[in-house]
Design a protein around this ligand. Structure first.
Ligand code: AMP
Ligand code: MG
Length: 432
């Protein structure tokens, strides 16, 4: 319990993993908003409210995967083999029954993406064939030139099924390609396009209230007093909210004064989620928890064993959830990524995703204190397979300049005092 206030909740500080799981557990209980239809490209970054299924077999026919000749594999038991060219199928052609069908000893010229003609069971790559002199790969042109029957010589055998993708092998008609709850990226857009959807059904974005608190905090275009600072947190949070699939509603700055703070908190609770920044530490004027307590909020945790961001708060008030994020700009950004993001994604209708850290080799030794899981701003560099990471030089959780130079966070387990250069360390990539 705060030494200064009596209505604040009793402290509940949990491990990073427990805090994350508490958020995930509550996120599973939320419902997405109503659905709307948007044109396909406007669906980028939106969450599907409908499942997208294959409208026909994928591929819709046995599709050649190489330029070459459609053959019967059995004809190439002995190589080199000489086959008679009886036709040609280009991409977009439908092989005419008879004219282009591949009988014993036959070959049909075929291009990548063209349907395999009847009778063929493999494609030989053109690189493994040669045409006897004067022979043209197009039989019709050969006939026109008066060259008569044409042959192709094949230097390599093929297995039955080689170099074509059988009809329906990628997906059978009706099969699920994208599930409801999937956020559309460029690959998802490609799927929707390939089944002929020029518009998609998505969930409306959740409205996320962003409320900065602090007597020293002023709007970014206001004249500044000597002890005042601009409200950067409302903007970084609004950007992170958008990036996570929500719509940010920036509220006016709340002073460190209960009545006005309460009014703005109540306004924020009218949105789908409320994010507060500042006022959650142990200071005499850190009133956020006290005011939420007065509003009969339920607190799931009032701190996590992490740095930066230890005072982070998560709870619900009435039917809505809220997060109290610490006011230090780096803490605000980190705690958003770790805890607020999964809740926004759930409200946006997204299927929950576990948090995964990547790994890279550490360039220079790190020494820290034990006890907290640390997320330290770092720079990932190197090229191709040689990723290396180094801590950004920073002055602590208020150092927004260091964070802007960084592109990820190194994750240090609470039991490590020292990590040597060359060790593999976990990374949280900075998204968006
Ligand atoms: P607090 O969490 O309220 O104790 O604030 C911690 C630090 O973050 C203080 O140095 C604040 O001035 C700073 N801070 C709080 N709110 C903001 C904000 N909206 N934008 C930028 N810095 C802030
Ligand atoms: Mg404050």
């Amino acid at each position: 319990m705060s030494a200064f206030s009596s209505t604040a909740p009793s402290a509940r500080v949990v491990s990073f993993e427990a805090a994350r799981h508490l958020v995930e557990q509550h996120a599973r209980s939320v419902c997405p908003r109503a659905e709307e239809t948007v044109v396909l490209l406007a669906g980028l970054g939106r969450v599907l409210a409908e499942a997208i299924r294959a409208d026909r077999d994928f591929p819709p026919f046995n599709r050649a995967a190489r330029d070459g000749y459609a053959v019967r594999a059995a004809d190439l038991a002995e190589i080199p083999a000489r086959l008679e060219i009886v036709g040609e199928v280009k991409a977009g052609d439908w092989p005419a029954q008879g004219a282009s069908s591949v009988g014993r000893g036959h070959a049909v010229g075929i291009m990548t993406g063209a349907p395999l003609p009847p009778g063929a069971d493999a494609v030989v790559m053109v690189e493994h064939t040669s045409l006897p002199e004067r022979s043209h790969p197009n039989a019709a042109e050969n006939a026109a030139l008066g060259w008569g029957t044409q042959f192709v010589e094949i230097q390599r055998s093929v297995k039955n099924g080689e170099n074509f993708v059988p009809r329906g092998a990628e997906a059978a008609a009706g099969e699920m390609l994208l599930e409801r709850g999937r956020r559309l990226d460029h690959a998802g857009i490609a799927i929707a396009a390939s089944v002929g959807k020029s518009s998609v059904q998505v969930f409306r974005k959740p409205r996320v209230a962003v409320l900065s608190t602090g007597n020293e905090v002023v709007e970014i275009d206001a004249a500044l007093g000597p002890a005042q600072i601009r409200n950067s947190n409302s903007y970084s949070l609004a950007a992170q909210v958008q990036n996570a699939g929500g719509e940010a509603v920036r509220l006016p700055i709340a002073p460190d004064e209960s009545a006005r703070l309460r009014t703005l908190i109540e306004e924020g609770l009218g949105c789908d989620l409320l994010l507060l920044t500042g006022g959650v530490s142990m200071g005499k004027y850190d009133l956020v928890e006290q005011v939420l307590g007065e509003l009969k909020a339920e607190f799931y945790f009032t701190g996590a064993e992490i740095q930066p961001g230890r005072p982070v708060v998560f709870g619900s008030c009435g039917k809505n959830f809220f997060f109290g994020l610490p006011g230090n700009p780096v803490s605000t950004m980190v705690t958003f990524e770790l805890f607020a993001r999964p809740m926004i994604e759930a409200l946006a209708g997204m299927t929950p995703q576990p948090l995964i850290f990547l790994r890279a080799r550490l360039q220079s030794e790190i020494r820290t204190k034990t006890g907290l899981k640390r997320f330290l701003p770092a720079v990932l560099s190197g090229e191709f397979e040689n990723a290396e990471v180094e801590l950004a030089r920073w002055q602590g959780s208020g150092d927004i300049a260091a964070l802007a130079r960084a592109n990820c966070y190194v994750v240090i387990p609470p039991d490590r005092e020292r990590i040597d250069a060359g060790e593999w360390v976990a990374l949280l990539m900075r998204s968006g």
